[in-house]
Each structure stands twice: as structure tokens, then as C-alpha cells.
Design a protein around this ligand. Structure first.
Ligand code: NAP
Length: 268
């Protein structure tokens, strides 16, 4: 059977095997998808061994996305921009690396939440790996402006400079007083029940607040936003959409994502 896997540390919590099993059932593709736990020291050897033993594709999660970027001989534009890879594939020319996080977010926003990105004013909270992966896709989606606010301001400044695009700039939290139509929380604050420091004036009318974190219950950021009248959604759709992008890269078949999101919500 064609073999795929997700590699990370920790990896036991990863929902990718469930997602890819559902994609395979839905599309009639015959494949297996496992979890692989490894260490920073063993990551390169582990990936090489997986592909040498006939494995066809890997998803890469924390903390190895940058190492996967450095290991891949060929990169797609998104991986190059982000400096991070979440999808690896063996090709006749060697190891290919892509990053599907940005397209996953954009597909979730546009197809599942009816957001038209063209001309939108966007506030992005955070400047870590996840945000690096989505900026390029948002810019390509035609947003009018991206303001980045991060707890460590210097990281936001460095991130904004990676794109020489006049639509993107870094602003300190206390100086962020404009209002936005889309606010994306790309921090991990919700994992600890915290909300990034930001004034409620950022919430424009009909503002959508998107937390990249997904959970069985409303996240702290979603509660903060919805209690102030904004629409709030979590990042489960992005997780499934970025997985669908990987599945498409590997199998050239595009699975339907809404039933998979629904099934994952039912599993809790
Ligand atoms: P990361 O590289 O570790 O970056 C974490 C970011 O969160 C940094 O900008 C950090 O600020 C900020 N942060 C952490 N705690 C904070 C707090 N209490 N208040 C304000 N800011 C805080 O992590 P990442 O890879 O970017 O991932 C971020 C989140 O996105 C994770 O929770 C991950 O689960 C989620 N994610 C979801 C998907 C999806 O498919 N839905 C995909 C990728 C990631 P500093 O720079 O100041 O430390």
C-alpha cells in the first residue's frame, strides 16, 4: 500500500491520520498514513529512511518545519517565502518540499466562511511559524493591507520586511487603533487560555475573527471576539484544508473537506 505519515514531536495528538484516512475513504484512494515521532538530531535520517524504504509523502509538524525546508532539494514558492515546509514528497529529482498552510487558510476563509479577500484590511496577531506560512497567500489573495502585531515587536518587524510589499507593516499593540474587517489570531495564546494584548477598537463592523488554534470548545480569543459582537471561528477548517492541499499534491485528487470538518467536530 502507498505509505504516507506525519512526522513531529510530539505527534500523538496529531489529527492528520484521521483526516487522511477520511480523505482516502471518500476518494477511493488506497493508502496508509501513520505518525512518526523523532528528535531534532534524528530528523534528517528519519526522513531519508522513510523515503528510501518506499514512503511516498510526509507531513511535517512542529518543531521540524524549518529543518524540512533545509532538507528539501526543491521548494514551492510558499515554502521558500515561509522558510518552512509542511509537505514532503519524493520525486525522481530528489526531495520536494511545499507549504500548504497559506492556501489552507485562504481556502477555509473563502470557501467555508464566504470571505472575499480582495480589498480587505487584515490584522494578523503573531509572528511565528504559522504566520510566516500564511502571509504570502493572503497577499496573493488580494488583501488591501496586512498589519502585524506581535508580543515581541522585533519579530513582527522582521517578518514584515521579508516581503517587500507596501501592503504589509508591523505595528506595536498599543499603537494599533485602526479597525479591520478580518482579524487572524496566529499566536498560540489560546492554547493557554490567553488572548493577545489588543484593543477592541480593531474590531470593525461585520469583522470576522479567525483563531488558527482549534479546540472542541470556543477558544479564549473567540470568546473575546464574540462577546464584543464579532463573528468568531476556529482553525479546524484550516487544518483540514491544508491537509487537503497535501493530499492533492500527493495524489492529484482533491477531497471534499466540509464532511471531514463535520466528522472531526463530531469526534470532539
Ligand atoms: P510559534 O512559532 O511558536 O509562534 C507562537 C506565536 O504566538 C509567537 O508570535 C508568540 O509571540 C505568540 N504568543 C505565544 N503566546 C502568546 C501570548 N500569551 N500572548 C501573545 N502572543 C503569544 O507557533 P506557530 O507555529 O506560529 O503556531 C501558532 C499557533 O497556530 C499554534 O497554536 C498552532 O496550533 C496554530 N496553527 C494552526 C494551524 C491550522 O491548520 N489550524 C496551522 C499552523 C499552526 P512571541 O514572538 O512574542 O513569542
Amino acid at each position: 500500500m502507498d505509505r504516507y505519515a506525519v512526522v513531529g514531536n510530539p505527534v500523538a495528538h496529531s489529527r492528520s491520520p484521521d483526516i487522511h484516512r477520511m480523505f482516502a475513504e471518500q476518494t477511493g484512494e488506497s493508502l496508509s498514513y501513520d505518525r512518526i515521532l523523532t528528535s531534532v538530531e534524528k530528523f534528517d535520517a528519519c526522513v531519508t529512511a522513510f523515503f528510501q524504504s518506499g514512503g511516498l509523502g510526509l507531513n511535517v509538524t512542529l518543531p521540524f518545519k524549518q529543518q524540512a525546508h533545509d532538507l528539501a532539494g526543491e521548494l514551492d514558492d510558499a515554502a521558500r517565502e515561509a522558510g518552512a515546509v509542511n509537505t514532503l514528497m519524493a520525486t525522481p529529482d530528489g526531495l520536494w518540499g511545499g507549504n500548504t498552510d497559506g492556501n489552507g487558510l485562504v481556502r477555509d476563509l473563502t470557501r467555508n466562511h464566504d470571505v472575499a479577500l480582495a480589498g480587505l484590511r487584515v490584522l494578523v496577531l503573531g509572528a511565528g511559524g504559522a504566520v510566516h506560512g500564511v502571509i504570502g497567500a493572503l497577499l496573493r489573495g488580494g488583501v488591501a493591507e496586512i498589519v502585524i502585531v506581535n508580543r515581541t515587536h522585533d519579530r513582527a518587524v522582521r517578518l514584515a520586511r521579508r516581503w517587500s510589499d507596501p501592503r504589509i507593516r508591523a505595528v506595536r499593540s498599543e499603537a494599533c487603533v485602526d479597525s479591520f474587517e478580518l482579524v487572524i489570531n496566529g499566536t498560540s495564546a489560546s492554547l493557554r487560555g490567553e488572548v493577545p494584548k489588543i484593543g477592541e477598537s480593531v474590531l470593525g463592523s461585520a469583522c470576522l475573527c479567525y483563531d488558527m488554534v482549534y479546540a472542541s470548545e470556543e477558544t479564549a480569543f473567540m470568546t473575546w471576539a464574540s462577546s464584543r459582537g464579532a463573528r468568531a471561528v476556529d482553525g479546524l477548517g484550516m487544518l483540514v484544508e491544508q491537509a487537503a492541499e497535501s493530499f492533492y499534491i500527493w495524489r492529484a485528487v482533491r477531497p471534499r473537506t466540509p464532511p471531514v470538518v463535520q466528522a472531526l467536530r463530531a469526534l470532539g
